[in-house]
Design a protein around this ligand. Structure first.
Ligand code: GLY
Length: 441
């Protein structure tokens, strides 16, 4: 009966907790959370709430409960060095050491690594530590993406045409970034369709999970501000309707080369999740960015489909034996839609602002899976807090049916919630297909 430490408290970690507890090895889950997640707590033998910065508390909790290994859900504890601390205490982890988590935390580290090892996938880019040369580089590119070199909770990346229009505005944003970050990365803006390819790595072997498409914008038709992700879908054939199988293969090949490059560069094996955000352009698959963890919501699409025992996968990652374990997924389609407080993504003075702490009733949600994110269970029921509340996942033979299951569950939720009804629908997916046809010519 292995003890497993899970660090994190979002819907992604709720899905990870569920995957761990489905194991045939009868694991006991010990959860360290920044704020209590009632869904994770209900699956745990014991849980502890505390700041991620308190690494001694995380280690003490894992040791006191005899944890065999740890699974680190979010990027913040990776960036704080939780894996290094656990390893020093003799507890291996699924999650990279701090230095290797730069794959996510430093956009320049990853771009420079990909360039140095001649791995395909980089767009044109340059990094700057001062304003010198920025105006000239901006003049060379018809459209750019500006990225602060550090963790910004998904809010720092700004795209020309969306967040700003002119080269002068791009320059001003670079200036703003350099006041807070040592490096700014400027990249050529690419046109195409994006997909998330979450890969599992033991440092030598890299295994892809089914590709997923996320929807970052708050409102229907991809309008409104960027969010952590309003929902996502995956298809039964483990491809996406606008993709070709060779696009998935290209994303995996890039990730395999990056894992190898990380080893050659650092002398350490990358053990954990390499979540590549890719874009399919007219010139092929390009790398948008890597994250050193599962996606949220994308984890909720792929983990419920896992046929291989998740504890065995984690053991293979920490032991470096992933080459000997076939990792298999159900051939089913999934649609995940987040229900959020109506105020989510709205200005604080909006009349719907009080919905952030409203009570919700999720009884009667039928066949869908519910993964709790920012919710609090009180004596009289479930309350939303400030952010995305619950990931609602429909799983079925087809996307149409998976979408119907998710929608039907959401329509049964009582409370001032909102969601994106368009995610996973035929109409929206057809737009992606048409876009990709146009791109490929
Ligand atoms: N779905 C976006 C992310 O997890 O970063």
């Amino acid at each position: 009966m292995p003890g497993v430490l899970l660090v994190g408290n979002g819907a992604r970690e709720h899905a990870i907790a569920e995957a761990i507890m489905r194991s045939g090895h009868d694991p006991k889950l010990f959860s360290y959370m920044k704020t209590n997640n009632p869904g994770i707590a209900s699956l745990s033998a014991k849980s502890l709430v505390g700041p991620y910065e308190d690494l001694p508390a995380v280690m003490a909790f894992a040791k006191a409960n005899g944890c065999e290994f740890a699974f680190i859900g979010p990027e913040d504890p990776l960036n704080l060095g939780v894996v290094d601390a656990l390893l020093a205490a003799g507890i291996p982890a699924v999650g990279p050491k701090r230095k290797l988590s730069q794959l996510e935390t430093s956009k320049s580290f990853t771009r420079d690594l990909v360039r140095k090892y001649n791995i395909p996938g980089n767009p044109r880019y340059a990094t700057f530590t001062s304003l010198e040369g920025i105006a000239e580089f901006l003049d060379e590119l018809p459209g750019v993406v500006v990225k602060p070199d550090g963790l910004t909770g998904g809010k720092g990346v700004k795209v020309q045409g969306d967040h700003f229009q002119t080269a002068a505005e791009a320059f001003d944003y670079c200036k703003e970034v350099l006041q807070e970050h040592p490096v700014v990365v400027i990249e050529e803006k690419l046109d195409g369709e994006e997909f998330s390819l979450q890969c599992i790595s033991d440092g030598m072997t890299v295994v892809a999970t089914p590709p997923v498409q996320d929807h970052k914008r708050r409102f229907v038709d991809d309008k409104g501000p960027n969010t952590g992700g309003m929902g996502s879908y995956s298809d039964a054939d483990h491809c996406l309707p606008f993709m070709r199988p060779e696009d998935v293969a290209a994303g995996l090949a890039i990730t395999q080369k990056v894992a190898e490059a990380i080893y050659r560069e650092t002398g350490d094996y990358y053990k954990g999740i390499m979540y590549g955000g890719f874009i399919i352009t007219r010139d092929g698959v390009r790398l948008v960015e890597y994250n050193a963890r599962f996606g949220d919501p994308e984890a909720m699409n792929i983990l419920p489909l896992l046929k291989t025992d998740f504890v065995e996968i984690c053991r293979a990652v920490v032991n470096g034996t992933l080459d000997r374990l076939p990792v298999e997924f159900d051939k089913k389609a999934t649609v995940c839609k987040y229900i959020v407080p109506k105020a989510y993504g709205l200005p604080k003075d909006h009349p719907d602002a009080k919905s952030t702490s409203a009570k919700i009733d999720v009884s009667g949600t039928g066949a869908a899976r519910l993964y709790y994110a920012s919710v609090d269970r009180k004596a009289d029921g479930l309350y939303m807090t400030t952010s995305r509340a619950i990931g609602v996942v429909g799983i079925a033979e087809s996307l149409d049916e998976a979408e119907r299951i998710a929608e039907s569950a959401i329509s049964a939720v009582k409370g001032p919630v909102d969601h994106r009804p368009d995610i996973g629908t035929r109409a929206l997916i057809q737009r992606r297909i048409d876009h990709m046809k146009k791109i490929r010519g």
